[in-house]
Design a protein around this ligand. Structure first.
Ligand SMILES: N[C@@H](CCC(=O)N[C@@H](CS)C(=O)NCC(=O)O)C(=O)O
Length: 240
């Protein structure tokens, strides 16, 4: 059994997609990041970065005590290695999967996150920041579109690289993009959207976070934005 510390956000969806695709048994532990549950000591013990997702594998390969993993990319690699699924098997194809996985982790995810922040959440609408990140996401969509022009998936066969990118492409409208400008990316998006495991992964959202749709209240904003080392230390102390 795998414990998944989860919230209904793109980085959370990556892992439910994998777990559903691989047919692994898992137990969801909701971490409501709008309520500050990411600062609870039990969670920080497995996820020192106070961000979801994280997992604890109670039956690691080779036995022994449970293994905890934080960072969605590390979790996907861990689970792919554990199951032998959704990652290239030989040196060349494994490297290809990892290349696109790390491309997501270092590029698409952070840029789309900032794009969302400055266009939807920043109290001050700063055109330079909005343009900067919307353009960068546009460029990255173009990179994927080109990559997908002559192949079905980003990193070889359907893999953890696709699972990592999909939740960030799905909200393309919110990202200020027009999917019609990226026909190969659109075909890839529709193909993945139709996968039964992906449908099941997204069914957690209404169950766990009914009315999900972003950060709504002043309290949520105060918890999520403007975190510093000091504010985290205070929030953590308050939870002990
Ligand atoms: N690089 C991290 C990013 C994780 C991340 O940003 N998680 C967000 C939700 S998508 C979170 O937990 N936010 C809580 C907070 O900002 O306090 C990963 O890929 O796991």
């Amino acid at each position: 059994m795998i414990d998944l510390y989860y919230w209904t956000t793109p980085n959370g969806h990556k892992i439910t997609i994998f777990l559903e695709e691989a047919g692994l048994k898992y137990n969801i532990i909701p971490i409501n990041i709008g309520k500050g549950e990411q600062f609870k000591p039990d969670f920080l013990a497995v996820a020192p970065n106070n961000r979801i997702p994280a997992i604890v594998d109670h039956a690691p390969a080779g036995g022994g005590k449970p293994i905890s993993v934080f960072e969605s990319g590390a979790i996907l690699v861990y689970l792919a290695d554990k199951t032998g699924k959704f990652i290239g098997k030989d040196l060349r194809s494994r490297s290809e999967t990892l290349e696109w996985l790390f491309w997501q982790m270092g590029g698409l995810g952070p840029m789309a996150g900032q794009n969302n922040h400055f266009s939807a959440y920043a109290p001050e609408k700063i055109p330079y920041a909005i343009d900067r990140y919307r353009n960068e996401v546009n460029r990255l969509f173009g990179v994927m579109n080109k990559r997908l022009a002559d192949r079905g998936y980003l990193g070889g066969d359907y893999s953890i690289a696709d699972m990592a990118c999909y939740p960030w492409v799905l909200p393309w409208e919110r990202q200020g993009q027009n999917i019609e400008d990226f026909p190969h990316l659109k075909r890839w998006l529709e193909t993945i959207k139709a996968r039964p495991a992906v449908v099941k992964a997204y069914e957690w959202t209404p169950k766990i976070n009914p009315g999900a749709g972003g950060i709504r209240t002043a309290e949520e904003r105060a918890i999520l934005f403007g975190q510093t080392a000091k504010s985290i230390a205070e929030a953590t102390a308050g939870k002990q």
